[in-house]
Design a protein around this ligand. Structure first.
Ligand code: ADP
Ligand code: ASP
Ligand code: MG
Length: 406
C-alpha cells in the first residue's frame, strides 16, 4: 500500500463537472489500495478575480489582508472536492493550511514553508480518509494567514509529499507533461518522459509555469519524485528526477519564455565603488528578487548605466525605490520598461558543448529580433527581447535546436 499526493491545478477544478472528475480519479487511486492526500488550487481565474477586487478598494492593498482574501479561493475547492469524494461513497476530510499545520515565515504573498506538522491529517489518513488540503496557503507562528506566491499550490503539494513521506507527488494540470516548450504556443513541442530537477528548475524559473519554481527547488533539495500529468486523460506524464547519462546527451532540452518581467535602467550613475551595493541592498530589503543585471564600464570614467530586471508585479514598487536612490546618487534618471520578455534555452548538455549561445543569437538575428540583455549560466542562455517577438522567438528557437517531434 502506497501513499500518493495528487495536486490539481485551477483548470482541473474549474467547475463542478471538473471537481467531480477529480473526485473520481482520487477514489479510483484509493481503491487501488493507496492512501491519497489531495492538494487543490482555487478554481481557475479565481485568484486573479480576488486580486482584482482588492485593487478596486485600494491601490496598494495591505499584504496581510491580501493573504486572507486570496486564501479563500482554495478553501472553496477543498470543501467541494471533499464533498464530491464523499458523494462517491468514500470518506474524505478537507483541511485548510492552518488545519494541516503548514507553518511559514511572515513574508506575506510569497511566504516560505518552514515546517508541516500535519498530525490531524496523518490520523485521518490512517483512519481511511482521503484528505483534501488547500494549496497555496499556510500560517505563521503568530497565527497570520500567508500565501506562497503565484502557482504556490505546487509547492504545497511537494512539501506535503515530503512531510507525509509519500511515494510520489503527482501534479495534475491541463497538459499531459513537461514539453520541450509551451505546447500551447508550439504545437510541434515534444513531451519529455523525464527531466532532471536542475533542468526543470531552470525552465520553471525562466517562465515555464507548468511547475512553480520553488516547488522544483524543494523537490530537488529533498529528492521528492514528481510526476506531471493531465487531469483530462490517462496519458503517462513526465517524471522529474535526478540527472542521468541519457539526459546529458541532449544539449538543449527546452525553450522557455517569461512575459512577467520588467526592465529598469538607472541612467548616468557615477562610476565608483558602492553604487550597486546601495541600490541592490535597498531593493533586496523590500523582498524584491532582481534577476538579470547589466552594467557597462563607462567610456569616460564618469557616468555609467545600470539595467536590471524584476518581476513585472514589482516593477512600479522597484521604480519608486530606485528613483529615491538615483536622486541620492546624483544619477540622471530612471526608466521602467514593461514591454519586454525573457527568452531562454536550457539543457544540462550545455556543460560539455559549446556554441549554443552563438546559435541562439544567430537564429534571433536571422529573424530580425533585437537582443537587449543577455545572461548565461552553466545550463542556460537567456535574452531580453521586445515582448511582441516572444512567440516568434520561441518558435524559431525550438526549430533551430531541433526540438520538434521526430
Ligand atoms: P495549473 O493551473 O494546473 O497549475 P498552469 O497554468 O500553472 O496549470 O501550468 C500549466 C501550463 O503551463 C500549460 O497550460 C502550458 O501552457 C504552460 N507551459 C509552459 N511551458 C510549458 C512546458 N515546457 N511544458 C508544459 N507546459 C508548459
Ligand atoms: N491559486 C493560486 C494561483 O493562482 C495558487 C495555485 O493555483 O497554485 O496562483
Ligand atoms: Mg500552476
Amino acid at each position: 500500500m502506497g501513499l500518493i499526493v495528487q495536486k490539481y491545478g485551477g483548470t482541473s477544478v474549474a467547475n463542478i463537472e471538473r471537481i467531480k472528475a477529480v473526485a473520481e480519479r482520487v477514489v479510483r487511486t484509493a481503491k487501488q489500495g493507496n492512501k491519497v492526500a489531495v492538494v487543490v488550487s482555487a478554481m481557475s481565474g479565481e485568484t486573479d478575480k480576488l486580486i482584482g477586487l482588492a485593487h478596486q478598494v485600494a491601490s496598494s492593498p495591505n499584504e496581510r489582508e491580501m493573504d486572507i482574501l486570496l486564501s479563500s479561493g482554495e478553501r472553496v475547492t477543498t470543501a467541494l472536492t471533499a464533498m464530491a469524494i464523499e458523494a462517491l461513497g468514500h470518506k474524505a476530510m478537507a483541511f485548510t493550511g492552518r488545519q494541516m499545520g503548514i507553518i511559514t515565515d511572515t513574508v506575506h504573498t510569497k511566504a516560505r514553508i518552514e515546517k508541516i506538522t500535519g498530525e490531524k491529517a496523518r490520523k485521518a489518513l490512517d483512519e481511511g480518509y482521503i484528505i483534501v488540503v488547500a494549496g497555496f496557503q499556510g500560517i505563521t507562528e503568530t497565527d497570520d494567514v500567508t500565501t506562497l506566491g503565484r502557482g504556490g499550490s505546487d509547492l504545497s503539494a511537494v512539501a506535503i509529499a515530503l512531510a507525509l513521506n509519500a511515494d510520489v507527488c503527482e501534479i495534475y494540470t491541463d497538459v499531459d507533461g513537461v514539453y520541450t516548450t509551451d505546447p500551447n504556443i508550439v504545437p510541434e513541442a515534444r513531451k519529455l518522459s523525464k527531466i532532471s530537477y536542475e533542468e526543470m528548475f531552470e525552465l520553471a524559473s525562466l517562465g515555464a509555469k507548468v511547475l512553480q519554481t520553488r516547488s522544483v527547488e524543494f523537490a530537488m533539495k529533498y529528492e521528492v519524485p514528481v510526476v506531471v500529468r493531465s487531469s483530462f486523460n490517462d496519458n503517462p506524464g513526465t517524471l522529474v528526477t535526478k540527472e542521468d547519462e541519457d539526459m546529458e546527451k541532449v544539449i538543449v532540452s527546452g525553450v522557455a519564455y517569461d512575459k512577467n518581467q520588467a526592465k529598469i535602467t538607472v541612467i548616468g550613475v557615477p562610476d565608483m565603488p558602492g553604487i550597486a551595493s546601495k541600490l541592490f541592498k535597498e531593493i533586496a530589503d523590500s523582498n524584491i528578487v532582481v534577476d538579470m543585471i547589466v552594467q557597462n564600464i563607462s567610456s569616460d570614467g564618469k557616468a555609467t548605466d545600470i539595467s536590471f530586471t524584476v518581476p513585472k508585479t514589482d516593477g512600479k514598487k522597484t521604480l519608486k525605490i530606485t528613483e529615491g536612490i538615483a536622486k541620492e546618487l546624483g544619477a540622471k534618471g530612471v526608466d521602467l520598461r514593461e514591454d519586454i520578455a525573457k527568452i531562454s534555452v536550457v539543457g544540462v548538455g550545455m556543460r560539455t558543448h559549446s556554441g549554443v549561445a552563438a546559435h541562439m543569437f544567430d537564429t534571433m538575428a536571422k529573424h530580425g529580433i533585437n537582443i537587449m540583455m543577455i545572461s548565461t549560466s552553466e545550463i542556460k542562455v537567456s535574452c531580453i527581447i521586445g515582448v511582441k517577438y516572444t512567440e516568434l522567438a520561441v518558435r524559431v528557437l525550438h526549430d533551430a535546436f531541433g526540438l520538434e517531434k521526430a
